[in-house]
Each structure stands twice: as structure tokens, then as C-alpha cells.
Design a protein around this ligand. Structure first.
Ligand code: GLN
Length: 191
């Protein structure tokens, strides 16, 4: 199983390490051609506006839309979840618009810019340590979506078909269970 990590900006190396530890071959993706032989893609955290600009500049918006439309799984974490969403609260536009979720950016306020909390994630772990950094939250999940975790009544992990979104940074701990969950999704869609 070969998984790419979009490597335009953000927490790339950490995702590569976690994916390898979870049992995949992981590669940094800097050019659209590098999407061709991948089974799945991770869009990392960072700054969604910066990553989006670079995605436009290097042709990734169209290329990743095609990737998703081929039912290849995509996992967006933090800024990556914002990039996947088809609605961003307070904005008329979206970036990829692939996943039927509505997100709000920087949702946890100034005093809570970054924090860690242990929470259950359905189908993944009863005690998952989540690291939030200027995190968004998921306000709504579309019809066929599943809510996998909430923190303070806000949705922070959701799945919709072959798309997975987490508001926090799953690559910043030693816990590979959410990456393994994503690899199971990739297996499901490969067969
Ligand atoms: N606040 C960032 C954004 O809106 C996301 C932060 C992150 O990815 N850690 O893009």
C-alpha cells in the first residue's frame, strides 16, 4: 500500500513516519504526477490558505479532485480538513470541496490556541490523545457521514465514505491507531 503526503507546507515528515509505522509505504508528494500510483493521500496540517495557494499554483486542486473522484481515500488533518471541506463557515468559497462537511477555522478561541486532550474515537481507540493547534472544528457532517469523535460537543473527527477528517494533529504523538484506521479505509476501497 502506497500512501502520499501532500508536501507543499506543514507537518509532512511526521505523517510519513506514522504511515510507515502503521505499515504503509509513504512518500512525500510535491508534483501532481506523484499522485498517479498512490492508493491514498494525506493532506497535513499547516496553514490552509498557504497550502491552498500552493495547490492552485502547482495544479493540485484539479489533480486531487480527480484522485478523490476515483474513490481513492483522502485523510485531511487540521488545515487538511479545511482544504477537504465543501463548506467553510463565513466564506463563500472552498478549496477542494470534496468532503461533505462544514468547518469553522480557529474554532477553539485564543486562550485555547493549542492543547491536548484524551478522547474516545469511534472504531479507533477509547483513549486517543489528540493534539490541537489553532484547530478548526466540524460544524456539520453531510447525510452519509459518520461522526467519530467530539470534544466539548464539537465534532473533531468525521468520515464520509472514502474521506476522513480530523481537526487535530494525529501525527504529533506515537499513537498510530488513527493512521491504521485510514489504512484500513484504503484497503476497503482497493478491493
Ligand atoms: N488555523 C489553521 C488554518 O486555518 C489550521 C491550523 C493547523 O493546521 N494546525 O489553516
Amino acid at each position: 500500500m502506497k500512501i502520499g503526503v501532500l508536501a507543499l507546507q506543514g507537518a509532512v515528515a511526521e505523517h510519513l513516519r506514522m504511515l510507515e509505522e502503521a505499515g504503509a509505504v509513504a512518500v512525500a508528494v510535491k508534483k501532481v504526477e506523484e499522485l498517479d500510483d498512490l492508493d491514498g493521500l494525506v493532506i497535513p496540517g499547516g496553514e490552509s490558505t498557504t497550502i491552498s495557494k500552493l495547490m492552485h499554483k502547482y495544479g493540485f486542486i484539479e489533480a486531487i479532485r480527480q484522485f478523490g473522484e476515483q474513490k481513492k481515500p483522502i485523510f485531511g488533518t487540521c488545515a487538511g480538513a479545511i482544504l477537504l471541506a465543501n463548506q467553510i463557515n463565513g466564506q463563500d468559497d472552498f478549496h477542494l470541496g470534496l468532503m461533505d462537511i462544514k468547518v469553522e477555522r480557529n474554532a477553539f478561541g485564543r486562550q485555547k490556541e493549542s492543547f491536548e486532550v484524551t478522547m474516545p474515537v469511534a472504531g479507533v481507540a477509547a483513549d486517543y490523545l489528540a493534539v490541537f493547534i489553532r484547530a478548526p472544528y466540524i460544524m456539520e457532517v453531510g447525510e452519509n457521514g459518520q461522526v467519530l469523535a467530539k470534544y466539548e460537543d464539537k465534532i473533531v473527527v468525521a468520515r464520509n465514505g472514502h474521506y476522513l477528517a480530523a481537526a487535530f494533529h494525529p501525527e504529533l504523538t506515537e499513537d498510530t491507531r488513527l493512521h491504521k484506521f485510514f489504512l484500513d479505509m484504503v484497503k476497503e476501497y482497493r478491493s
